[in-house]
Design a protein around this ligand. Structure first.
Ligand code: ADP
Length: 480
């Protein structure tokens, strides 16, 4: 297919190489989704230790002699189906530990994260402006979250050279904070240190730098994009989003429908033939030693307050009294892990628990369960409700962000119109969640109606196709 345009995607994570959250899924999925539209995307990543070990023999397409204390080379190659540009700068990235710190959890960030990700952004902007040594030059620079936030700024302040830039917000709560005194060191022009540009509450934020200098801003769902103009969701950046409202839009994430397919599970099933799901359910109950007469719900999540996990101990006892059961797969805050442990102890035979991260198990959970609970306080897009739709595992979600954009709640109007795909509740609190679970139990008891909603959910298009088309339209609008 003829190449219609080129995009340099800049990020700190990309499936299947490095992942701590949903950002990695998006960055990893976009190249193939865009290729279907004739767009050629390369992904630029830091040369973390595990990644640089896989770059032997790759072509050098950029060299930078002074990259915050050492030299940097950009290596170009193809790995696991993705065209990659790896910034090989061992003094910044060849370290033991996670992508942001010695530990993968919070509190252990590297002291030089501002410089590390400034380096990534600096080189990305240079390649965007001049093209690589191999002649590959993008039409668009697509930057993800705070780690790539300085890239649109470097591009704008150093000369755009006809390259358009997009800044995508996956989660605005990480803002790439740096001290004002680092302005010169971070190679940012002093004349732009004012509230309308780089200054952020007296200091710097790489995310803000990207948001004020890029051509287009996207958030990972339309409702999250709209939410960001309010302080509760914008978390300090709401004023910036408001000021740039005319270039802000929301583009939902998609799901890798090859990986997440009920027809690819050990006991396959489909909307037309749900018999396999019943077998998966029985196997799942045996695996967790539970016996559930009503709906079997699951939670597959980071265990944090953002995800509303603290609400579970207050709503699950009533759900169990109604006949329901729950299996939780997750890890995170210790306090919440203990709460989950307590639930499992209090309700043996009805609550199953696995603390940890396990992709294989999460597939078994979606294939076997009746419903997936996602009671997030905020949710930029969310993936598990979309897995739930695809697997006929009805999502019970709080109506926020991407959850509100992907689930049609089973109220009487939606049921009679035949459009319901799950249950959404608002606000994110105990009474609303408890009522939603009662609604779930009642719907489950109405077998013909349950089957209809299940089939409707499974018919939803959660693939990347529609979203990729939106990104292509965005790129077309800003290319030089
Ligand atoms: P976030 O990025 O905020 O954690 P998302 O719903 O966007 O939330 O993405 C989370 C991804 O991580 C999903 O693919 C989900 O299935 C997966 N996940 C989260 N916790 C676990 C776990 N304990 N085991 C397996 N997969 C998990």
């Amino acid at each position: 297919m003829q190449v219609k345009g080129r995009v340099l995607s800049v990020a700190s994570e990309c499936v299947p190489f490095i992942k701590t959250g949903g950002l990695a899924d998006v960055v990893g999925a976009l190249p193939a989704a865009l290729a279907a539209f004739g767009w050629d995307m390369r992904v630029m990543l830091p040369g973390y230790r595990a990644l640089r070990q896989r770059t032997a023999g790759w072509a050098e397409v950029w060299y930078e002699s002074d990259l915050w204390g050492g030299e940097g080379r950009v290596l170009s190659g193809h790995l696991d189906g993705v065209d990659l540009l790896i910034l090989d700068a061992p003094h910044l990235f060849d370290r033991e530990g996670g992508p942001y710190g010695a530990h993968s959890g919070s509190g252990g960030d590297w002291w030089d994260n501002p410089q590390r990700f400034a380096a990534l952004s600096w080189v990305a902007a240079k390649i965007a402006r001049h093209g690589g040594l191999d002649g590959w030059k993008p039409d668009v620079l697509h930057c993800h979250d705070w780690q790539a936030g300085f890239a649109p700024a470097y591009l704008a302040y150093g000369g755009r050279a006809g390259v358009g830039s997009v800044m995508t917000i996956h989660n605005i709560s990480f803002q790439g904070w740096a001290r004002a005194g680092q302005l010169d060191d971070l190679r940012l022009p002093r004349e732009h240190f004012h509230p309308g540009a780089l200054e952020y509450y007296g200091n710097l934020s790489s995310l803000k730098a990207g948001l004020v200098t890029c051509d287009r801003i996207t958030a990972v769902s339309p409702t999250y994009a709209a939410d960001l103009v309010r302080a509760e969701a914008g978390l300090g950046l709401e004023g910036v989003i408001r000021a740039r409202a005319s270039v802000v839009s929301g583009v939902l994430n998609g799901v890798d429908t090859q990986v997440w397919s009920p027809e690819a599970e050990p006991v396959p099933y489909s909307a037309a033939n749900l018999a396999g799901k019943a077998i998966n359910r029985a196997n799942l109950c045996a695996e967790f030693n539970v016996d559930v007469p009503g709906p079997l719900a699951i939670v597959v999540s980071r265990l944090t307050d953002q995800k509303g996990i603290d609400l579970l101990p207050q709503v699950i006892p009533d759900f169990i009294a109604q006949g329901g059961g729950l299996i939780v797969l997750g890890s995170g805050d210790q306090r919440l892990e203990w709460q989950m442990q307590e639930l499992a102890w209090n309700f043996p035979g009805r609550v199953g628990l696995r603390i940890g991260y396990d992709e294989g198990m999460s597939h078994r959970l979606f294939a076997g369960a009746d419903a997936v609970l996602v009671p997030s306080r905020f949710e930029p897009c969310g993936l598990t409700q979309m897995y739930g739709l695809r697997y006929g595992t009805l999502p019970v979600v709080s109506a926020v962000g991407g959850l509100a954009d992907t689930v049609i709640t089973a109220n009487p109007a939606a049921l009679s119109a035949g459009v319901a795909t799950g249950i959404a509740f608002h606000p994110t609190d105990v009474p609303a969640f408890a009522i939603a679970l009662r609604q779930l139990t009642a719907l489950y008891a109405d077998k013909p109606m349950w089957a209809k909603v299940q089939q409707r959910a499974m018919a939803q298009d959660v693939s990347w196709t529609a979203s990729a088309a939106k990104y292509v339209a965005l790129y077309e609008g800003i290319r030089g």
